[in-house]
Design a protein around this ligand. Structure first.
Ligand SMILES: NC(=O)c1ccc[n+]([C@@H]2O[C@H](COP(=O)([O-])OP(=O)(O)OC[C@H]3O[C@@H](n4cnc5c(N)ncnc54)[C@H](OP(=O)(O)O)[C@@H]3O)[C@@H](O)[C@H]2O)c1
Length: 316
């Protein structure tokens, strides 16, 4: 795509910040559409003066969507939630919100639309998260047939949720849980590779109307990942197998926290592997060489290691 205006819904989040940097480097102007514009202001220095504009918008508010995409050549939808709170329900955000954004983009003459979904999106799933992601994909396709749909496995990078959460847990907890025995398989993908795939989705008309599953170079069991985190942080912790039903009972109580560590819906998702399907299009079809966990994660797990950055910061 020639240099133009790209509106990134959810651009202040984890994947968003990496995408915004790539878009400004490519010379695009970027509208970062989020509910809390103050929390998007840190993105402004990623571009020249006026190149990055935080715009107040909510996927549940049609007028704010229309305002955020006015004049845009491309739209990216990165809005996603891991648990429900108030009006932020899975259906309102992943399904109705995505549908409204895609329809508005079509009506406004936007040329390219990229929708972030997730591996496991499936209308038959037990998990509400996964069912709502599947409903969102279908609604986006119906409203904007040329949309590019990207389904990552868990995404890693310095600000990720997964490695940081369990790295922090390893710091304080005497044991780490192996939910369902720790057999669930994952294919973690680097945030930079996901951002590159999104940029290609905006640039390359040949991707229009296609769905890609994004995974890294290796598949790991949940146990493998816990052992990796312990090795990298230099900690020795018990790994305690936790049957799914016990994890579900724990999650019932953890859901009461303002930011739940685990939900019953996530326990349902852990019952299925989260890896790229053998027949799916993927990073190789986009000529993106996937980055290894081992090349990146040790650099930021260091903050949880003995004598690591976290300890050094506490001491200074
Ligand atoms: N991270 C992963 O491992 C992973 C794996 C698979 C799929 N994905 C998908 O990739 C996408 C991006 O994930 P992420 O990890 O970057 O998410 P994230 O860090 O949680 O960021 C979510 C963004 O959405 C915005 N947002 C939330 N509700 C909104 C609303 N109603 N209207 C407008 N903006 C709203 C947030 O800003 P405000 O709160 O200020 O509005 C924030 O900028 C999501 O669709 C997610 O499901 C992520």
């Amino acid at each position: 795509m020639t240099r133009g205006l790209i509106t990134v819904f959810g651009g202040s989040g984890f994947i968003g910040r990496h995408l915004v940097r790539r878009l400004t480097r490519a010379g695009h102007r970027v509208n970062v559409a989020v509910r809390h514009v103050e929390e998007a202001k840190f993105l402004k220095p990623m571009g020249d003066v006026g190149q990055v504009t935080p715009v107040k918008a909510d996927l549940t508010d049609a007028a704010s969507i229309a305002n955020a995409i006015k004049g845009a050549d491309g739209v990216v939808n990165l809005v996603g939630i891991l648990y429900e709170r108030g009006a932020q329900t899975f259906d309102a955000i992943h399904h109705e919100g995505a549908a409204a954004l895609a329809a508005a983009a079509k009506a406004a003459g936007v040329r390219r639309f990229v929708q972030l979904s997730a591996i496991g999106a499936n209308s038959e799933s037990d998990s509400e998260y996964q069912r709502s992601k599947a409903a969102g994909e279908q609604a986006v396709r119906a409203a904007f047939p040329g949309a590019v749909i990207l389904r990552p496995s868990i995404v890693f990078g310095p600000e990720d949720d997964f490695f940081n959460r369990f790295g922090a847990l390893a710091l304080v907890a005497p044991a780490l849980p192996l939910i369902g025995g720790g057999h669930t398989r994952f294919q973690p993908v680097h945030v930079g590779d996901v951002a590159d795939a999104i940029v290609k989705g905006l640039d390359d008309g040949a991707m229009a109307g296609r769905t890609y599953e994004l995974g890294g170079p290796r598949v790991y069991s949940f146990r493998d990942l816990m052992e990796f985190i312990l090795a990298q942080t230099g900690r020795s912790r018990l790994l305690v197998p936790l049957p799914f039903f016990v994890a579900s009972i724990q999650a019932f109580f953890l859901e009461l926290l303002p930011k739940p560590l685990l939900t019953r819906d996530q326990v349902k998702m852990l019952r299925r592997d989260n890896v790229v399907s053998s027949d799916a299009l993927g990073l190789a079809d986009l000529a993106i060489a996937p980055t290894a966990v081992e090349a990146i994660v040790p650099g930021y797990l260091d903050r949880f290691a003995r004598g690591g950055r976290f300890k050094r910061q506490m001491a200074s």
